[in-house]
Design a protein around this ligand. Structure first.
Ligand SMILES: NC(=O)c1ccc[n+]([C@@H]2O[C@H](COP(=O)([O-])OP(=O)(O)OC[C@H]3O[C@@H](n4cnc5c(N)ncnc54)[C@H](OP(=O)(O)O)[C@@H]3O)[C@@H](O)[C@H]2O)c1
Length: 252
């Protein structure tokens, strides 16, 4: 099995790559920090291919997908995981930074998915995993552009599932709540210290990675983790109220 993980150099993507190595898969690891990717690829015992690329750069192109298939065979699973977050007032966000986020968190997964579907559909098999966010189910004050990107990705992902099922393709939509990572720590630090930020239930990348690989194997439609955040799907109005009332102010 050949799995491509974007954003494989740290956090959730690193854990997904390591989980698939442990399950005997071959993994293409994509991100910018080559030294991190090389270290993680070491766990793959020859079943790794490293792609060093800035996916937010519109000039980077997609020839690396052909190189990955030449190295490890046809891609069976695409994990759209690379992402950045901006936690800032909407009006104070630099537009160039916002466009970079929208490109990496929304345009790139949609582009990669359509590119790979064109290869998976004729083969009658394949899985697309979209790492969205709880921000898609419960948009968070202070994350204007991130909410837009993750909401868009989750909507596209959920709607795609039935469209491609008849071709033997499965789609897994992932909704992580807080999960320990560089991105999560920076996001939390942007808010004023409060009981909410200190006590918010937080998961680990390793447990999430196992749940994602299990969902791919068992053809589950979505993963919500930590599991308690599943209540956002069942009680959207109460969740909206809680986020508006309890999200602490952004630091100045
Ligand atoms: N942790 C959470 O609480 C949480 C919650 C909800 C959703 N998520 C989502 O989970 C995904 C992974 O995030 P994480 O928490 O694991 O954060 P992370 O540790 O910061 O990982 C982000 C990954 O994306 C890669 N990346 C960033 N910019 C890139 C670019 N321009 N080109 C290629 N790769 C790039 C990073 O690698 P390089 O820097 O080496 O390029 C890194 O591997 C993201 O999509 C995030 O939105 C996370």
């Amino acid at each position: 099995m050949h799995v491509v993980v974007t954003g494989a150099s740290s956090g959730i993507g690193e854990a997904i790559a390591r989980e698939y190595f442990a399950r005997g898969a071959s993994v293409t690891l994509v991100a910018r920090r080559k030294e991190h990717l090389d270290r993680i690829a070491g766990a793959g015992a020859g079943r790794a291919h490293v792609v060093t690329a800035d996916l937010a750069d519109p000039n980077v192109g997609w020839s690396w997908v052909d190189d990955a298939e030449a190295a490890l065979g046809p891609i069976d699973v695409l994990v759209n995981n690379a992402g950045i977050q901006i936690v800032k007032r909407a009006t104070e966000t630099d537009w160039e930074a916002a466009e970079r986020l929208l490109r990496l968190d929304l345009h790139v997964p949609l582009h990669l998915t359509t590119l790979l579907l064109r290869r998976m559909i004729p083969r009658g098999t394949g899985t697309i995993v979209d790492v969205a966010s709880m921000a898609a189910l419960a948009p968070t004050p202070g994350m204007y552009f991130y909410n837009a990107a993750k909401g868009g990705l989750a909507a596209a992902s959920e709607g795609l599932r039935a469209e491609v099922k008849k071709h033997g393709i499965h789609v897994v939509t992932v909704y992580p709540g807080p999960v320990t990572s560089e991105l999560e720590a920076a996001g939390r630090a942007a808010y004023e210290d409060s009981a909410t930020t200190r006590n918010v239930p937080t998961g680990t990348p390793e447990v999430l990675a196992r749940m994602i690989a299990d969902a791919v194997e068992k053809k589950r439609p979505r993963v919500v983790y930590p599991r308690m955040y599943g209540m956002a799907r069942h009680f959207p109005n109460a969740t909206r109220w809680a986020l508006d009332a309890l999200t602490p102010p952004l630091k100045d």
